[in-house]
Design a binder for this molecule. Structure first.
Ligand code: NAD
Length: 504
């Protein structure tokens, strides 16, 4: 295990809202922000109340009306590309801030999260250059043109497990299609996103286009969703929260996208390249400190390869380097909070009560020096008898793999689909007919074949069943962030029936 090091960066003593480009302290509760690697408090967030939400929504509305929605596409592209550049130029600083309140390993933050965050702006800048309308001229004498227009003010609500990578996708898409927004990061992880929004302004984003408020879901988040000035809501987070937000938005007929939880199956057939499947199974459950919606958390193995595969998996899991997230050699950092660590470890007893065998881990990782106060958990794996086990049904959201075995193809698919979730599924096999069948039979919004997670931004991303509502991605975002208007024009003056003329 690595030796403890100092904080990745110093945090501001207080984290405030950013409204119309200005830092504005709210009047709400003061909430502590912790460094998960040591458990030390590193700052405070000032919670924003209803009055702050009013200000932020009003600023977004003003920016929407006063120009952003009507800006020429080329001008909007130019600004989005500057936002891409500023995020890349500050990737290290942003990664350090993100690390400070998430404990995610710096290497992953720098090389994946912040590059993605920057790229999201370039992707949507390029997308809008080619966005098309539709024309219908089948009705003789008429031409109908379908155009897309910005919707208005969006509420963007982000989780704590990949704050900037996920929120930047929402911000970039929202802005590219001419909307303005109020962003609410998770109350646990406001630091990098606060700086991120500040940087967007420094790069030339007009004030009021992106506003940021802070606070807990039940206070700040709920007030934002319910605000009458908010036209649409894009949410990434847990399924129960998603239900509450969708219900509130539904009462007000606000469109929503919901990127929710997962319990994704990673199916390994005997016909797979087992070395690669093993590498990917480890990455699929232990990367991002085990806290990912896309995790392949249910590993389904064909019976005749199971024992050997599990033995190799366990040996590798025990070799994973747990430690200081700022050390580039570290492979697994701490969980995001003490409460989350306790919840994850609570699933060990849950698994045992369901008859599961603990294969490895299942306890706090003992760390030296300052890291002793961190929220570290050993990479954990259990073997269960059936997909009825609670560890196969509930999202644990930690470095916790559950193994199941199957004899036949049908058993594999039925176990994979035996879930309330349906975010993604992984299939490992070099037998083409098996792969073809599985991609049709799996009930998941994304199926990855012989690859770990690989997000294709052009394609829709989102879940079946309790894993979500709506999709994100190029065209999917265009649909969400625009209203459709059909304009019908006759090519020659039309004869209109004359009502109300005297008869006779
Ligand atoms: P969470 O649902 O607790 O919180 C997410 C966000 O919603 C936070 O900003 C929170 O403050 C806010 N919130 C909570 N209650 C609210 C309310 N009533 N009204 C408005 N806002 C409210 O989720 P989390 O614990 O931060 O994140 C982990 C969850 O997110 C996991 O379930 C994970 O699978 C999911 N997730 C999904 C995806 C995806 O793309 N499908 C990506 C990442 C994370």
């Amino acid at each position: 295990m690595n030796a403890p090091a100092s904080l990745p960066i110093a945090a501001p003593a207080e984290t405030h809202a950013l409204i119309a480009g200005a830092s504005i302290a709210g009047a709400g509760a003061r909430l502590p922000i912790f460094y998960p690697a040591t458990g030390a408090q590193v700052g405070e967030l000032i919670e924003d109340d209803a009055a702050q939400i009013d200000r932020a929504v009003a600023a977004a509305r003003t920016a929407f009306k006063s120009g952003w929605a009507k800006l020429a596409v080329e001008k909007r592209q130019e600004i989005l590309l500057k936002l891409h550049d500023v995020v890349l130029a500050h990737a290290d600083e942003l990664a350090r801030l993100e690390c400070l309140n998430t404990g995610i390993v710096m290497r992953e933050l720098r090389e994946r999260h912040m590059k993605r965050a920057a790229y999201n702006f370039r992707f949507f800048a390029e997308y809008i250059a080619h966005a098309k309308g539709e024309v219908y001229d089948q009705t003789p004498g008429y031409r109908s043109v379908v155009v897309r227009e910005p919707v208005g003010v969006a509420a963007l609500i982000a989780p704590w497990n990949a704050p900037t990578a996920l929120a930047s996708m929402k911000i970039a898409a929202c802005l590219a299609f001419g909307n303005t927004c109020v962003l609410k990061p998770s109350e646990q992880t406001p630091l990098a996103l606060r700086r991120f929004v500040e940087l967007l302004h420094a790069a030339g984003l007009p004030e009021g286009v992106v506003n940021l408020v802070n606070g807990r879901g039940a206070t700040t988040g709920a007030a934002l969703v319910a605000h009458p000035g908010v036209d649409l809501v894009s949410f990434t987070g847990g399924t129960q929260t998603g239900r509450a937000i969708a219900a509130e938005a539904g009462r007000r007929l606000k469109p929503v996208t919901m990127e929710l939880g997962g319990k994704s199956a990673n199916i390994v057939f005997a016909s797979a390249d087992l070395d690669r499947a093993l590498d990917a199974a480890l990455v699929g459950i232990y990367s991002n400190n085990g806290q990912q919606c896309l995790a392949g958390s249910r590993i389904l193995l064909e019976r005749n390869i199971a024992d050997a595969f599990i033995a190799r998996f366990v040996a590798r899991a025990r070799g994973i380097r747990i430690g200081d997230p700022t050390d580039d050699r570290t492979e697994l950092g701490p969980l995001a909070s003490a409460a989350h660590r306790d919840r994850v470890l609570g699933f060990v007893d849950v698994a045992k009560a369901d008859g599961a065998a603990l294969l490895t881990g299942g306890k706090r990782a003992d760390m030296p020096g300052a890291l002793a106060g961190g929220y570290f958990v050993e990479p954990t794996a259990v073997r269960v008898g059936s997909s009825a086990a609670r560890v196969c049904r509930e999202e644990i959201f930690g470095p916790f793999a559950s193994f199941l075995t199957f004899e036949t193809y049908d058993e594999a698919i039925s176990a994979a689909n035996d879930s309330d979730f349906g975010l993604v599924a992984y299939v490992w096999s070099d037998h083409v007919p098996t792969v073809e069948r599985a991609t049709r039979d799996l009930a998941a919004g994304v199926v990855w074949v012989n690859t770990p997670m690989t997000r294709e931004l052009r394609a829709p991303f989102g879940g079946y069943k309790d894993s979500g509502l709506g999709r994100e991605g190029g065209e999917a975002c265009e649909r969400f962030y625009t209203e459709v208007k059909t304009v019908t024009v006759p090519s020659t003056p039309v004869a209109v029936r004359k009502l109300g003329l005297p008869t006779g």
